[in-house]
Structure formats: structure tokens, C-alpha cells
Design a protein around this ligand. Structure first.
Ligand code: FES
Length: 86
């Protein structure tokens, strides 16, 4: 079975960082270190961005070009695992 690769951009602007993307970044780093999330999903690329202009709706995480708002670490893990709809 082919792995599903995810390309993730995480807003590292000061608002998103202080509202939770610091923790989300740590989770993504862990996933990059271990290589997989659930055996089928691979975090293939993670990059940080500057403010996306959506501070009020942050923390902002963009997964495969889809913008996600108010992303907690639990929601991020669920989004990557595909257990919640994107
Ligand atoms: S700091 Fe993330 S949208 Fe502004």
C-alpha cells in the first residue's frame, strides 16, 4: 500500500506561535523524526511561514494547500490521520 505524503506549512508568526503553533511545531518535528503518523501517512515536508494575515483565526496550519484555522495539536494529529474531514 502506498503511503500518503503530506506537505505542511505552519504559520510561525508571533500570534499563531503564541496561540499554539509552538506546540504544533513540536508535534510536527516529532512526526518528522519518527517518519510516520499511522503507518500510511508520512509527513514529507514541513516549512514555516510568516504571518498569513489570518491572526484572529489562528493558529494557522496549511496542509496540502488547505488552510486550517484554530489548529490544536489534537486537531492537527486528527487532520494528518484523516480522522476528521479537511
Ligand atoms: S501570525 Fe499566523 S496568521 Fe498572523
Amino acid at each position: 500500500m502506498e503511503s500518503k505524503k503530506r506537505v505542511i506549512r505552519i504559520c510561525m508568526g508571533s500570534s499563531c506561535y503564541s496561540r499554539g503553533n509552538g506546540q504544533n511545531a513540536e508535534l510536527l518535528q516529532h512526526l518528522m523524526d519518527t517518519g510516520t503518523l499511522d503507518g500510511d501517512t508520512v509527513v514529507s515536508e514541513v516549512s514555516g511561514t510568516l504571518c498569513e494575515g489570518l491572526c484572529r483565526e489562528g493558529p494557522i496550519v496549511i496542509i496540502d494547500e488547505v488552510v486550517h484555522r484554530q489548529v490544536t495539536p489534537i486537531l492537527l494529529a486528527d487532520l494528518l490521520a484523516g480522522t476528521v474531514k479537511e
